[in-house]
Design a protein. Structure first.
Length: 379
């Protein structure tokens, strides 16, 4: 589902805007003859405007055929809603929002990347690529895509909708929550950090900040008032273990001995095996599992050391049990037809029985009456 295209006469169009971003209505490109001269901004293939009659959803789609294109990937409704919310927040901050902007149009390497939303400053002095990510990706893949954008000198910020994504915190990113009612807005629930200094020891730790509106956080990011910082030393604070990149103000980064930058060092996520080794250095600190205090993670590790190949050898073979049979579909249809006929016969017998009972009650009534007779209603 595409939201932008290139018109041969009007230039770029954006269907998230009422005037398509070029002063034209939706009817100017939808079901017109001859078809509107629309092409994809990424691959250059023909684009057609579509609208779902049931929901009224408007979108653009590639014409049949054409080359592989990054915009042909399936996008969920949540992804599209977040992408639209990012564009609206960029415009609220006074910047220009270019949806689905390829790297070549942004002055970068051709075919290197495509930004969900490219935020451009009013004076064109700063550009920031904003990415809405709803599906699960590996941290390595997201880091590679981030570096590809950084190579063109453009910061890239990710917005994830689930804390279970392994890449969250390993690239400049925020965790966001969609609105639950029409009066609410998108909220940033994790990412910004608050430095807290211990008055006795003088140590400074980073703690998660309070939830903030997406528009507020994005305005700080665009104006470089909030920058990603690699937290290298957070004594006694487990939050850094899974969120190495925290968002701080430039002054806070300098106070921690760092240098404010849009391009912090990216570290590969810590492997699961390394975490087990770290835990085994202090067996007493390993948490128990279940109700038994003796069943520790050490026992769990021992269970996980079983021979997978030996287990597969002794697994019973199903010998084509799950192979489809052409007769199965025919038998299933025949059974459904028989069931429907039987249900019809049962309903007919019940209707006939009710009529007979009603006639018997009328005959047994002491005086003439109608269907609303108290004797008939009470039985």
């Amino acid at each position: 589902m595409i939201l932008t295209a290139e018109h041969a006469e009007w230039g770029p169009i954006d269907i998230t805007r009422r005037d398509l971003g070029c002063g034209q209505p939706w009817d100017a490109i939808y079901r017109v003859s001859p078809p509107a001269p629309l092409t994809c901004k990424v691959c250059g293939w023909g684009i057609v405007a579509k609208q779902l009659l049931r929901h009224g959803t408007r979108f653009l789609a590639h014409k049949p055929g054409g080359p592989d294109c990054a915009l042909k990937a399936h996008e969920t409704r949540t992804h599209i809603a977040l992408k639209t919310a990012l564009a609206e927040a960029v415009r609220t901050a006074g910047w220009t929002a270019r949806l689905e902007e390829p790297s070549a149009r942004a002055g970068g390497s051709p075919g290197a990347w495509v930004a969900d939303v490219l935020a451009v400053a009013p004076d064109n002095s700063r550009r920031v690529a904003l990415e809405a990510q709803h599906s699960t990706k590996t941290a390595e893949e997201i880091q590679d895509r981030t570096r590809a954008c950084w190579a063109d000198g453009i910061p890239r910020v990710w917005f994830g909708t689930s804390g279970g994504h392994g890449w969250i915190g390993h690239v400049p990113s925020f965790l966001v929550q969609p609105p639950t009612t029409s009066s609410e807005t998108w909220t940033v629930t994790a990412g910004p950090a608050v430095p807290v200094t211990d008055t006795e020891t003088g140590d400074t730790e980073l703690h998660p900040g309070e939830p903030l509106s997406l528009a507020t956080v994005l305005q700080w990011v665009l104006n470089a008032d909030l920058l990603p910082h690699r937290a290298t030393a957070l004594p006694g604070h487990d939050w850094c273990g899974w969120w190495p990149l925290a968002w701080l103000s430039p002054d806070e980064i300098r106070n921690l001995g760092g240098e404010p930058t849009d391009f912090p060092e990216l570290i590969p996520p810590r492997a699961a095996a390394a975490r087990i080794v770290d835990d085994e250095t202090d067996p007493d600190s390993r948490p128990s599992i279940g109700n038994s205090q003796e069943h520790t993670l050490r026992d769990q590790d021992r269970y996980e050391e079983w021979d997978e190949e030996e287990h597969l050898k002794h697994r019973p073979r199903r010998q084509g049990k799950y192979q489809s049979d052409p007769k199965d579909h025919y038998n299933w249809v025949a059974a459904m037809v028989a069931w429907g006929e039987q249900a019809g016969r049962i309903a007919a017998r019940r209707s006939l029985r009710d009529k007979i009972l009603l006639a018997e009650r009328h005959a047994a009534c002491r005086e003439p009456c109608g269907e609303e007779c108290m004797d008939h209603r009470t039985g």
